[in-house]
Design a protein around this ligand. Sequence first.
Ligand code: FES
Length: 237
Amino acid sequence: MTQITITIDGRKVAAEAGETILEASLRQGIYIPNLCHHPDLKPMGACRLCLVEIEGRKSLVASCSTEAEDGMVIRTKTERAERLRRLSMELILTEHPEDCSTCWRYGSCPMQSLLQFLSMSTGRMRNHHLNYKKDTGNPLFIRDMSRCIKCGRCVRMCKEIRGSKALDFIKCDNGELEVKNVWSQTELDQCKYCTACVEVCPTGALRDKEETFKFPEQYKQKKYASCRWGCPAQTDV
Ligand code: FES
């Protein structure tokens, strides 16, 4: 692997050619806020929380989807980067419920931790939250689309890693992308019942039904290893 040298916040660090700025930075212990990034998934650049400045470039870039280049000088804590990051978070919060303290994910929610990191308790636009009915069609988990921030981690996990089409985006009438909120038999047939999507969700949008779960027929017949994603192991029970 070819080694390159970059400078992050005044500190010279080694990076590997092909690595993104965010990956190199996190590996060196320099934290850049991020939410849609996941080390096992291809970058999507959806949340815009990882914005950084690069010397010589006018626009800020998403560090999760920008490759580090030898000699690059990166600044993660400039006034502009921090302001835009907070704005991105406010936009995410616009449609998010305000009931963190009663959310099942309270205390273990990456988004909540990030809010604390950014010293944000509530956004000034946090008043248009969506009120979707909870989707209980999948036997393993409940989906609460009111809490979905469209980071695409569940969809990418399902498609890229598990090779399934149970989860996907759909285009709404207003042109926005949504994670589809319907469990038809077609989706259930595609689902591998691995709950990897639940594990990567950074909010309370996906919840394991564990306690009340009743095994459906198709799960009884085939047992999918409860892998940390990517494991195609499948054994007959
Ligand atoms: Fe880079 Fe979301 S982590 S855009």
